[in-house]
Design a protein around this ligand. Structure first.
Ligand code: ZN
Length: 447
């Protein structure tokens, strides 16, 4: 089956940033068969979509998230990270597979409606006896139709051992490694068109022991999957690492084998110039989450310094309990604004923001050869933006409309399959997903 997107602007985000003010993209099966300037060639039997007034971009890659938090939004709205976490841990201790499924389905649907074709998830709360929470979200992702990279997260440093989370939501070291290996064996698909890849993701330095960090890295490398964790998010974490381990979070991570080309880290707000240099030298990638960092007052990540040093940087919405709007397209705007608050008017361009949201995220997930840009042979993961209707009309540069303006999504393709059409989800009933998520929110709150 061939689909032709004809007459729209195209921002390919290829290596040289090729753009067409009036161009075309040809989708053949699940992959991109052609992209270029001017009208599309005539192709017999192809479905033609008139893309005039639209901007075609690569689908966004959400490089850091916690889907289950969709049903615990609006808690601890004026709090530090540690205060926010200690408020939420006891609520998250009530998670069940049904609640995780309903949170993930609604959250992934909303991500799709805001331009996201691939999302990771970092699930690290596994209450004792709660059932298969990872399977629940994998089922939800298949229903919505987005490319999914769930990570098997973990916490084993409970309060009784000097950690932050209550003991009721931590697991044992051995149980975590066994469950993680099983999840990889059961779910991970390494193929180029994979819709499902698993990574290993102990939660953070203040909720996981050094032994588990080290052994998790070894397991991930033995299995050939990627490694993910939170790092250097707040001043509190910096103080915890210095007091507990006598090192900065980056020094601690490096000592445990946690810097490398197969690792991507969320946040990295508090990195010294030396730490940025270590990330660059080791090829360690960063998931920048500007809205969440603002919501929790964590600070502003040194994205300009990271990009200049050659650190791969993607964008993430982060969990919805610290980013209630969870609009992937907003992260491009937020990234640009916070970089300029910190570094002045030239600190980040709109096109750098777009590149982080697409190729940067693909690099975080180790998929830069398959997704993240509109190039022949890559997966047909595409977002079509309305840039000529009410919010965007009159802005000449469509990429400017996307990043500075208020674009709305017209359509979304994942591997050539149309997930959004006419601005509406086509794979599931959005109203039903919202109703189930509202009921799940009431259940977990004990209302
Ligand atoms: Zn997070």
């Amino acid at each position: 089956m061939t689909t032709v997107l004809d007459g729209g602007a195209v921002a390919t985000v290829d290596a040289t940033g090729t753009e067409h003010l009036r161009g075309h993209v040809v989708i053949d099966g699940g992959v991109i068969a052609a992209v270029g300037d001017g009208p599309a060639p005539a192709i017999e039997g192809a479905t033609r979509i008139d893309a005039s007034g639209l901007l075609v971009t690569p689908g966004f890659v959400n490089s850091h998230h916690h889907l289950y938090q969709w049903i615990t939004r609006g808690y601890a709205t004026d709090s530090t990270l540690f205060g926010w976490l200690t408020t939420l841990y006891p609520i998250w201790a009530r998670l069940t597979p049904e609640l995780v499924h309903d949170a993930a389905a609604a959250n992934l649907a909303w991500l799709a409606l805001t331009g996201c074709t691939t999302s990771m998830d970092h699930h690290y709360v596994f209450p004792h006896g709660a059932g298969d929470l990872l399977e629940a979200e994998i089922v939800a992702a298949a229903q919505v139709g987005v490319r999914f990279h769930p990570t098997r997260g973990s916490m084993n440093l409970g309060q009784s051992q000097g950690g932050l989370p209550p003991d009721s939501v931590v697991e044992s070291h051995d149980a975590i490694l066994t469950a993680t290996a099983e999840a990889i064996d059961r779910w991970h698909d390494p193929g180029p068109d994979s819709m499902l890849r698993v990574a290993v993701a102990p939660c953070s330095p203040f909720s996981v022991t050094a032994d588990l960090m080290r052994d998790s890295a070894a397991l991930g490398r033995e299995k050939g999957v990627r490694l993910h964790t939170h790092l250097a998010e707040t001043d509190d974490e910096e103080e915890f690492c210095r007091a507990t381990y006598g090192r900065t979070p980056t020094e601690y991570a490096e000592d445990l084998g946690w810097l490398g080309p197969d690792v991507w880290m969320a946040h990295c707000v508090h990195l010294s110039p030396d730490a940025v240099g270590r990330f660059a030298a080791t090829g360690t990638a960063v998931a920048h989450c500007p809205t969440s960092n603002g919501r929790l007052g964590a600070g502003i990540a040194p994205v300009r310094a990271m990009l200049d040093a050659g650190v791969p940087v993607g964008l993430g919405v982060d969990g919805s309990a610290s980013n209630e709007s969870a609009r992937m397209v907003d992260e491009l705007h937020q990234a640009l604004l916070v970089a300029r608050y910190a570094g002045g008017p030239l600190a980040l361009s709109a096109r750098e923001s777009l590149r982080m949201a697409t190729m940067g995220g693909a690099r975080c997930l180790g998929r830069e050869g398959e997704i993240g840009s509109i190039e022949v042979g890559k997966q047909a993961d595409l977002a079509l933006w309305r840039v000529a209707d009410l919010p965007g009309a009159g802005i000449e540069d469509p990429v400017c409309t996307l990043v500075f303006g208020a674009p709305t999504l017209e359509a979304l393709f994942v591997g050539g399959r149309q997930v959004v059409a006419d601005g509406e989800l086509r794979t599931a009933d959005a109203a039903a997903l919202a109703a189930r998520a509202a009921a799940a929110s009431a259940t977990i709150a004990g209302r």
